[in-house]
Design a protein around this ligand. Sequence first.
Ligand SMILES: CC(C)CCC[C@@H](C)[C@H]1CC[C@H]2[C@@H]3CC=C4C[C@@H](O)CC[C@]4(C)[C@H]3CC[C@]12C
Length: 395
Amino acid sequence: MSEQAGEASLSKVFRRSDRNQHKSISAPQKGSWTSFLKSLAGFTGDLSSLTAPPFILSPTSLTEFPAYWCERPELFAQIADGKTEEARALAVLRWFISTLKGQYTSRNESMGSEKKPLNPVLGELFYGHWPEKKERGGKTTLVVEQVSHHPPITAYHIANDAKGVVLNGHNAQKTSFSGGSIIVKQVGHAILTVTLPSGGKEEYLITLPRLRIDGLWYGSPYIELADTSYIQGSNGWVSAIEYKGKGYFSGASHSFKATVSHPTRSSERIIQGTWHTTSTDKSTGATFHDVTTPKEEVTVTPVEEQGEWESRRMWYGVAKGIREGDFETAAKEKSRIENEQRQRRRDEAGAGTTWALKHFEHILNDPTYERLADLFSANPATEDAYIYLSNGPSM
Ligand SMILES: CC(C)CCC[C@@H](C)[C@H]1CC[C@H]2[C@@H]3CC=C4C[C@@H](O)CC[C@]4(C)[C@H]3CC[C@]12C
């Protein structure tokens, strides 16, 4: 195929999904982006292994992403204040929906488009906290560990001990390419546990939405959510959250419709809106969630005081290079880290040892997942889990 013919067919593949795209990439970047798109078409597997052009690289490692779960620490804490099972199920849904803007649109706001995050190394750590405030009952702490490199899996533990609210989960991605977009199936789940003042315990299984990365042709990728994700409580309450983009329920991007129900109740509650702004409870007409107000980013120890496995210290040189446009230094630093990792794996193989996780224990069939998944016939019926060892640093 001639170079021109190749480009023409490439444009057909990618432009199909770019109905709401305006921005375009600058001329000097076009060549490297076109070759990247060529490598994407027909790609399935682990996206982290694909070499992307410098302008699309993010200086942030994926181990930092679990912090998005708690950038509204009040909503996390308030789950414990619900007086009834229904009130708590709604509080869990409100907190969950309120994290989506940060999880899926914040890179577009801070960096102009979605970017390719740094691919964490095995054993990489990220610690942080949200300070104590009266409305939160106490401080909230975050412990993240990269528990697998091939495939990349990130485990996390978030806790507000004073309120008795804990979130435990892990994350991996399966990517494929379809209709000009990257489709990301999230593998993994989270369990939110609330310990009630009575001593009773409630658990909620949280499954994760499917992502579509659009805007590829124009070099300014952004995320739209698709399909349905669920929050199943041990008390029977279940929320089914259906995601649609432009042209569906409300004609707006980032639309969702959540149906909250209980097997012994005849009526269901419908929440509808756009997850990056506000939503309404259809039965009362009241605002259900509102993320138009500022969020609070996680507080992290200064890099100089971090240990060598901590994400920002480990990637310091690479991140600096990317931020300052010094991609040669970034690439050199990245190779150094990757070579060290390869050497470590060779040493382990030679010694007949394997890498030991620091904060989590890997179990094959999560009994909590299985019990809750059974209540709504979730697929798959079982999943792995990473159990927190309660040995995080004091923060
Ligand atoms: C930008 C293009 C060109 C490269 C694609 C990079 C891929 C690897 C990036 C782009 C968007 C990223 C996702 C953005 C948000 C989340 C939510 C978080 O809770 C878990 C990680 C997860 C699911 C990220 C996984 C990695 C991801 C899919």
